[in-house]
Design a protein around this ligand. Structure first.
Ligand SMILES: *Cc1c(COP(=O)(O)O)cnc(C)c1O
Length: 404
């Protein structure tokens, strides 16, 4: 007798064979419209192609929005962070306490100055740097704290400011995810000594590539401006030996990290849409929170009124005890449904380069555990309601299938 064919899950359910949607939905993407295109086209025909009046206007728009006195635009968020570390005076053997649960650019900015990143573990609920871990790592060589607003959720500013004040440390906030987020009613960008925002296409607004530092400190502002353009000053009063209108002097080691005027034109045009982008992100996050609240196979991200997230990412956490699949299988299954899930982040010090520098595995156990269970779902303002429903449908389908 022929052996009965054992039917698979897919065969049992014809619908299960079809992916939740036909085209891949990315986890994030820019939203560019005709106005943006026109603004860039107009700027291209102006006298200035590189840094000109539009860059100054864009800096003013960001400074006004977050309530800071100064803003300095850079060619990327990475070069902005690099400039901030230099402006903070970080140099050989200075220590900077930061989080491993971030993109490599955060810690790399410290290495570029010759300083040493010291990794503090994260809080298991917010995935943000844990102030108690920071406290344990302060030494006489510590110069700064470099926290990251993971997924757009502001860090524990009150606790971090206390530590910084007690030990006279500079706080440089990596707010690449957090333009528009607020802490205790105050905009991110007006709390730390320096705050970095990124304008990479998946971030809250975009200039293609680009970044900015906001600060209320005039001395830091001047150092940042100099760093962006080769460490050069043209101000007669700042020169040691002013020699005429052609004259400039180089006072510190800088780089060319300038934003172009046509990128700034895009940034200005995008700023007009930021609040709309943010409310759409919040609405999508809320729809996810509601749709997943009664699932015991996953944990939804925290949400509260003190640290109000800009919802750059929507990161769920798997509950391994309730699943008979690991993160890689769930990732593959959601990708097969054409849901472009992603993983943020691989703990920085586990990368081969950092391993060679001698950071041991197991250094930040919470970060390493969280890395194994996180999954970022698609979240960007131009997602349609149908896109959101596709994600919700696929998450239920996959997690219910693998439920124990
Ligand atoms: C995107 C990002 C950066 C780097 O910004 P770029 O503009 O891409 O150079 C730094 N830190 C974090 C947390 C980021 O997400």
């Amino acid at each position: 007798m022929e052996k009965p064919h054992k039917r698979t899950f897919e065969e049992d359910n014809e619908n299960a064979r079809r992916p939740a949607r036909n085209a891949m939905l990315p986890y994030g993407r820019q939203w560019i419209d005709d106005r943006d295109c026109q603004a860039v086209a107009r700027a291209l025909l102006d006298d200035f192609i590189t840094t000109g009046p539009k860059v100054a206007q864009f800096e003013q728009a960001i400074a006004n929005y977050v309530g800071a006195r100064f803003a300095v635009a850079f060619s990327s968020g990475t070069s902005a962070l690099r400039g901030a570390c230099q402006a903070a005076g970080i140099e050989n053997d200075d220590e900077v306490i930061t989080t491993p649960f971030t993109f490599v650019a955060t810690a790399n900015a410290v290495l570029h100055t010759g300083g040493t990143p010291v990794f503090a573990d994260i809080d298991a609920d917010t995935f943000n740097i844990d102030p108690d871990c920071i406290k344990r790592l302060v030494t006489p060589r510590t110069k700064a704290i470099l926290p990251v607003d993971y997924a757009g959720r502001p860090v524990a500013h009150r606790e971090i400011a206390e530590i910084a004040k007690r030990h006279e440390l500079i706080v440089i906030e990596d707010a690449a995810h957090a333009l528009g987020a607020t802490y205790d009613g105050k905009h991110i960008g007006n709390i730390a000594d320096m705050t970095m925002f990124s304008f990479h296409p998946v971030k809250p607004i975009t200039t293609g590539e680009g970044g900015i530092i906001t600060t209320n400190d005039e001395e830091l502002y001047e150092r940042l401006t100099r760093f962006r353009s080769h460490g050069i000053t043209r101000l007669p009063e700042a020169c040691d030996h002013y020699d005429g209108p052609w004259y400039y002097e180089m006072h510190s080691l800088g780089i060319n990290a300038r934003l172009t005027d046509f990128q700034a034109a895009l940034g200005l045009s995008q700023m007009a849409k930021l609040d709309g982008f943010l409310s759409r992100r919040r609405a999508i996050a809320k729809a996810y929170q509601l749709a997943f609240s009664n699932m015991d196979t996953l944990m939804t991200p925290p949400d509260d009124d003190i640290a109000r997230s800009g919802w750059h990412l929507y990161v769920i956490r798997l509950v391994p005890e309730r699943l008979r699949a690991d993160r890689a299988q769930i990732y593959d299954a959601l990708r097969a449904e054409n849901i472009g899930v992603n993983v943020h982040y691989i703990p920085v010090y586990t990368h081969p380069f950092y391993q060679k520098l001698g950071y041991p595995r197991g250094l930040c156990p919470v970060s390493e555990t969280c890395y194994n269970t996180v999954l970022s779902l698609p979240l960007f303002p131009s997602m349609t309601d149908d896109d959101v429903q596709d994600v919700i449908f696929a998450v239920h389908k996959v997690f219910d299938h693998y439920k124990t």
